[in-house]
Design a protein around this ligand. Structure first.
Ligand SMILES: *[C@@H]1O[C@H](CO)[C@@H](O)[C@H](O)[C@H]1NC(C)=O
Length: 156
């Protein structure tokens, strides 16, 4: 009886939890990767980025790199000197805080050629959920109650 209860409870939780808690990994530019003459504004436009999600920048490391910059540097394509660069060609950047984030390529001329990405990162539980991707924010209490219902049902 106990083992059956545990299994069913786990089943319910695994149905509910991934939707609520799973971080999404976004490959910037999808198959095109991180490159010039790509519309990253259009790429980002219909996506919802939440704290805990991850950006993956794929590119040939001889030709590109990634810098996180401020809005001024983004708009004017200023490459900040002495700023730490990502340059592995497969950079994974976890979005650790909410707010606006700006990324450019630091290679001369590339930002101006469109190699720039601006995104807005939202808190995991935004006050006004607008996402269809991240929707269905089940709370812990709902999962708990669902588990209780299952347990009670089995015992009857
Ligand atoms: C933005 O970054 C540039 C380059 O690092 C820097 O010179 C400038 O002071 C920064 N602006 C703000 C508002 O932080």
């Amino acid at each position: 009886m106990v083992s059956k209860t545990v299994i069913v409870t786990f089943g319910i939780a695994s149905i509910l939890f991934p939707t609520a808690a799973m971080a999404i990994e976004y490959v910037v530019g999808d198959a095109s990767g991180w490159t010039i003459e790509y519309d990253y504004h259009a790429w980002a436009e219909n996506k919802v980025f939440l704290v805990g999600d991850k950006l993956v920048f794929n590119y040939a490391p001889l030709y590109h790199n990634v810098l996180e910059v401020n809005s001024t540097a983004f708009e004017r394509c200023i490459v900040p000197p002495n700023k730490e660069k990502f340059s592995t060609g497969n950079d994974e950047i976890v979005l650790v805080s909410p707010g606006n984030k700006w990324y450019i390529c630091g290679v001369s001329g590339h930002c101006a050629a469109g190699q720039k990405l601006a995104i807005t990162v939202q808190d995991k539980n935004p006050p006004t959920p607008s996402s269809s991707v991240h929707a269905i924010p089940f709370s812990g209490i709902q999962v708990f109650l669902a588990a209780i219902v299952v347990v009670v049902t089995i015992k009857l």
